[in-house]
Design a protein around this ligand. Structure first.
Ligand code: FRU
Length: 493
């Protein structure tokens, strides 16, 4: 049996040296991490929980890890918040969300039970459970589950009913969860409640129609810029051009919510991130009204870390979402700018052939480069580079694609190394913002109109950046090193 004290103790005893991990991206103290959970503001502090298995660098019976931040960049580790220690969650405290209420910080998560029937077959039941706490310690409700699988309409799956996301509107609480219908297709179900304990089923907010994968995991639903937006993370996607790739990814369904039918009339479905490592995105709203998203910067089929590395999984940088001129844009939270140091600027620099730019190197940086119009075929930026290693993004001007390549990052797994994204709204000047944090690259194209996230576990001494162009291109570049003050920076994360 698992218990919270044991998990906290294990974390304390086996914590991994933070110098071996990303500087400002959240990672587990030790062991395995997947989805962000309970991303919320409670008493003015940002809380992030996550799917956590401290005892191994592989997925195991899920706990909730916990950390907090005042600015989304500097994180402080806390003891784990939930362990699978009750009858109703003995096989895992799966993903969920959190909300600030008068009774405290309420967590709503999926309790998983696996049962072996008399004939030996296994069944799984997933139900929604509640815990309440003060920001550090959480107590599970006396009466769990708060939404039993039986509350679903006939024919809806009880095995795949998970990842509740809760919010409040005009005095009523609402909750969406991932589910499957009778045809085994993904759907998102909507519930309402007055007190967070008694929930009424309202509707299927949106369904898959069989197009986007099977099960829809980790839904999130909010209004932004006059639209209603549902994020879902479908499993088992089939590639669709370069918009959707095979496997797991996160889609945004953009449309209008009908409050009579409680359905989302979708107008547009887009990929949230075109990278190799992005899944299970979750958002919060800050006190100043910003919609901030964070996601697991990994994917189920994409475990490429070195075998001797005892932590597995990291989060993206928190990103502000904005709906601008029909496009769901995302950019790193503005708080990152406080941590910029060592500015290096190049204006009107001609890059022809291959070159390094003095002052532009490192593995923790925030770099923006603008490519002026010109007569070239391709432009490449390589990083985490030395004589043995290299990872890159290459811009093909005619095809209007950006291709990521981590073939030479040092990985020894037969996993996806190359992936391309189509630039959907080409601009005369291509603007790329690249955030590097030791083992990850997040690329924001044309002010966040598209994003690409990827990990690589190249040894840290490979820290060159190399720029290359088949002909010549004029660029403007600004580079900052990201530095957190010594001492209190990402204490133990
Ligand atoms: C998504 C997911 C969730 C589930 C959790 C289990 O990555 O599969 O649906 O709650 O991970 O760890």
């Amino acid at each position: 049996m698992f218990d919270l004290a044991k998990a906290a103790d294990y974390q304390e005893q086996h914590r991994i040296d933070k110098r071996k991990k990303p500087l400002f991206h959240v990672t587990p103290p030790v062991g395995w991490m997947n989805d962000p959970n309970g991303f919320s503001v409670y008493q003015g502090t940002v809380h992030l929980f996550y799917q956590y298995y401290p005892y191994n660098d592989r997925w195991g019976t899920m706990h909730w890890g916990h950390c907090i931040s005042e600015d989304f960049i500097k994180w402080q580790e806390l003891p784990p918040a939930l362990a699978p220690d009750m009858e109703y969650d003995k096989d895992g405290c799966f993903s969920g969300s959190a909300i600030e209420t008068p009774e405290g910080h309420v967590l709503i998560y999926t309790g998983v039970i696996e049962e072996t029937l008399q004939d030996g077959t296994k069944t799984i039941v997933q139900q929604q459970c509640l815990a309440v706490g003060d920001g550090v310690c959480y107590h599970k409700a006396e009466q769990n589950p708060i939404i039993a699988a039986e509350q679903l309409p006939q024919g809806f799956s009880r095995e795949d009913f998970r990842d509740p996301k809760v919010w409040q509107e005009n005095g009523t609480y609402y909750l969406v969860a991932g589910n499957k219908n009778e045809q085994q297709q993904g759907q998102v179900v909507l519930f309402e409640s007055k007190d967070l304990r008694t929930w009424n089923y309202l509707s299927v907010l949106a369904d898959n129609g069989g197009i986007y994968g099977n099960m829809w995991e980790c839904p999130d639903f909010f209004s932004l810029g006059g639209k209603d937006i549902l994020l879902v993370s479908p499993q088992d996607m089939r590639a669709d051009g370069v918009e959707f790739h095979n496997g797991n990814q996160t889609a945004a369904l953009i449309g209008t919510y009908d409050n009579q039918t409680h359905q989302l009339n979708e107008e547009q479905v887009v990929s949230l991130d075109y990278g190799t490592d992005f899944y299970a995105a979750q958002t919060l709203e800050t006190d100043d009204g910003r919609r901030i998203m964070i996601a697991w910067m990994q994917s189920w089929d994409m475990d490429i870390k070195p075998t001797d590395q005892k932590w597995n999984g990291m989060m993206t940088i928190p990103r502000q979402l904005e709906y601008r001129e029909g496009v769901l844009c995302q950019s790193p939270v503005r708080e990152l700018e406080q941590y910029r140091t060592e500015e290096v600027v190049y204006k009107g620099k001609i890059i022809s052939g291959e070159c390094r730019l003095p002052g532009v190197q490192g593995r923790e940086l925030d770099l923006t480069i603008e490519l002026e119009p010109g007569d070239y075929q391709w432009f490449r930026i390589s990083f985490a580079h030395n004589e043995s290693y290299s990872t890159s993004f290459c811009y093909d001007r005619a095809a209007q694609t950006l291709t990521f390549d981590r073939t030479y990052c040092g990985m020894i797994r037969d996993a996806v190394c190359e992936r391309s994204m189509k630039i959907k709204r080409p601009q005369p000047v291509l603007k790329l913002r690249l955030i590097l944090d030791r083992f990850s690259a997040e690329l924001f194209v044309n002010d966040g109109a598209q994003a690409f996230s990827a990990t690589f576990y190249t040894p840290l001494h490979a820290e060159d950046l190399v720029f290359a162009c088949d002909q010549s291109v004029k660029v403007n570049l600004v580079k900052y090193k990201i530095a957190l003050e010594e001492g209190n920076a990402n204490e133990n994360i």
